[in-house]
Design a binder for this molecule. Structure first.
Ligand code: AMP
Length: 554
């Protein structure tokens, strides 16, 4: 065991075991997050065999949290949030109150302090962004009304947690100051005022200085044309602001990164920034889950089975019932209520951050963290199951909806005979769509990026939002009736996967695809793509043509 290289050992073991467990989770059709948590337990100190360095794993995990929050900030759209605020804001607030009360009840029953109970309850009240978005994406629900409500609800929860993270240290000061009941009110006030001042200073700095400097710096970097520099700039902004915020203004990494993301989200370069951080974010998010798993002591399940079951019940049953009741009380139908309840019946990253801070401040007993971890692991594990169960219970409503949907689908299919499916509405796809519109062909666009899909819709096109490598998405676009499939995405090998599914579903369809290398051309041709267009060859051809005909100015 490389004891002399603990950092390397931790990173490598984290990735390798997470990959193996993630692959297993994929096979078993449970959330990969469950696999990563389990990987953490395996490399953790409570199971035999290799033990990774917990302190290092935690530090790496912090990087994951920063990048995750940076991503949340990038995608944070005030408009989306405002469109569902009437249900998301009261819903999230009431649900947080209910879950916190239930957690507090359990904590008091276990003999913990009120402060511990509050931290515990808050940690149980907030759902994981990663788990929720994956659940909605897997079922193509992100862009539906219920999906939007669930996401808006989650954003409100996230904001409430950011507030909680900021206020917790001040509150801890208050609870520390208390010998008996009556806490020193002035102590809390000072701490609170100081926190508000620091956060205010941070916000002012971000909105006045950073909001001008950061986008300008990024623009300048983009214009150097160096992709490497651009990537470095995005990372420096995300991580630099997060760390700087913590050192200078004493606010959490999470809040700093969130604001850095939000400021970049307003700029034109936000999409590229998101793409550049994606691989690193995914990698470190995995290490985040691994490090959480490492802290988990499985013996808690044997020693305290009752509290574990109660914690899981609060998350899975208590929270869902509360969410369901709230959504129904606001006059939404059963279907929406069940989706929202199902998607929020889990806890994740924020709970761990909160638990970690609670422990650091000496508020939360270690059992509290173990219970939260157990609750997270089980609720994440059960989440896909709950979704399926909920979907099965929809009964009458669902059947009626399905009949309606079938009818609509039939009508659409009748309309759509022999249509053209266009995958990707980016630089290439947009031009193709414009050209096809002139010819009066029926066209269905498949685009996975929501903002691009919206642009296509605004241009009057029929759009299916989703990833075309998913056969359901191809189905929704009516692949069986299509005459042509144009795969206008830059990734040749991904295009191959799309072509293979399409060929299986409709052997007669004529397929066009883009490629950028000879390997991709070969691969696509072998898969039976009828026309492979290699971008670089076409560019060269156009340049040769121009060079042959153009004459120097006289
Ligand atoms: P461009 O290279 O600018 O033509 O952009 C390609 C477009 O295709 C982007 O807007 C991507 O979001 C989109 N895209 C890439 N892969 C897929 C996929 N598998 N399914 C649907 N859309 C995709």
């Amino acid at each position: 065991m490389p004891h002399h290289a603990p950092l390397m050992g931790t990173i490598v073991a984290g990735f390798v075991v997470a990959f193996l467990m993630g692959a297993l989770a994929h096979k078993l059709r449970v959330s990969p997050v469950a696999g990563y948590l389990l990987a953490g337990v395996i490399v953790g100190p409570f199971t035999p065999g290799f033990v990774a360095d917990i302190a290092l794993a935690n530090e790496l995990a912090e990087l994951g949290v920063m990048l995750l929050m940076f991503g949340v900030g990038l995608h944070f759209s005030l408009r989306d949030l405002l469109s569902v605020k009437n249900i998301a804001v009261p819903g999230a607030v009431i649900q947080i109150a209910v879950a916190t009360a239930l957690g507090l009840g359990l904590a008091l029953y276990l003999g913990w302090s009120v402060a511990a109970g509050l931290v515990f309850g808050l940690a149980l009240s907030v759902a994981s962004t990663v788990v929720l978005l994956r659940a909605l994406q897997a079922r193509n629900l992100v862009e539906t009304d219920r999906g939007r409500i669930a996401v808006g609800w989650l954003i409100v929860e996230d904001l409430a947690m950011i507030l909680a993270l900021v206020l917790l240290p001040a509150m801890a000061g208050m609870f520390e100051g208390e010998p008996g009941e009556g806490a020193s009110g002035s102590g809390l006030l000072t701490a609170l005022a100081l926190t508000v001042l620091k956060v205010g200073g941070f916000l002012a700095f971000m909105l006045i200085v950073a909001r001008r400097v950061i986008p300008a710096a990024l623009h300048w970097t983009a214009h150097t044309g160096s992709r490497e520099l651009f990537r470095l700039a995005v990372l420096s902004i995300a991580l630099g602001v997060a760390l700087g915020a913590a050192y200078v203004f004493d606010v959490s990494f999470a809040l700093g990164a969130f604001f850095a993301g939000m400021i970049l989200g307003e700029t034109q370069l936000s999409r590229r920034a998101a793409e550049e951080t994606l691989p690193l974010r995914d990698a470190f998010a995995v290490l985040f889950f691994v490090s959480v798993g490492m802290l988990f002591d499985p013996s808690v399940m044997v020693e305290q089975p009752g509290p574990v079951v109660a914690t899981v019940a609060i998350i899975v049953i208590g929270k869902s019932l509360a969410a369901y009741g709230i959504v129904r009380a606001f006059g939404h139908d059963n279907n929406i209520a069940l989706t929202v309840a199902g998607s929020l019946a889990q806890i994740g990253e924020f709970s761990f951050i909160l638990a970690g801070l609670g422990m650091q401040l000496g508020i939360l007993p270690p059992e509290g963290r173990d219970l939260i971890l157990a609750g997270a692991i089980f609720s994440i594990l059960f989440n896909p199951l709950i979704f399926t169960l909920v979907a099965g219970r929809l009964g009458e409503v669902k059947r009626r909806e399905e009949a309606d949907a079938r009818e609509r689908e039939d009508a659409r299919q009748r309309e759509r005979r022999e249509h053209v499916i266009l995958v990707g509405h980016g630089r290439v796809g947009r031009l193709i769509a414009e050209g096809a519109a002139h010819r009066g062909r029926a066209l269905v666009v498949i685009e996975e990026q929501v903002d691009f899909a919206r642009a296509a819709e605004a241009a009057g096109r029929e759009v299916v939002i989703g990833n075309a490598t998913n056969p359901h998405v191809l189905d929704e676009a009516g692949i069986q009736q299509a005459s042509k499939l144009i795969i206008a995405i830059p990734e040749g090998f991904e295009g191959g996967a799309i072509a293979a599914h399409a060929r299986r579903l409709n052997p007669g369809v004529v397929i066009f695809a883009r490629a950028h290398s000879d390997e991709e051309v070969d691969y696509l041709q072998r898969l039976g793509v009828d026309h492979v267009i290699m971008g670089e060859r076409e560019i060269a051809r156009a340049i040769l043509g121009l060079a042959a005909t153009s004459r120097p100015a006289a």
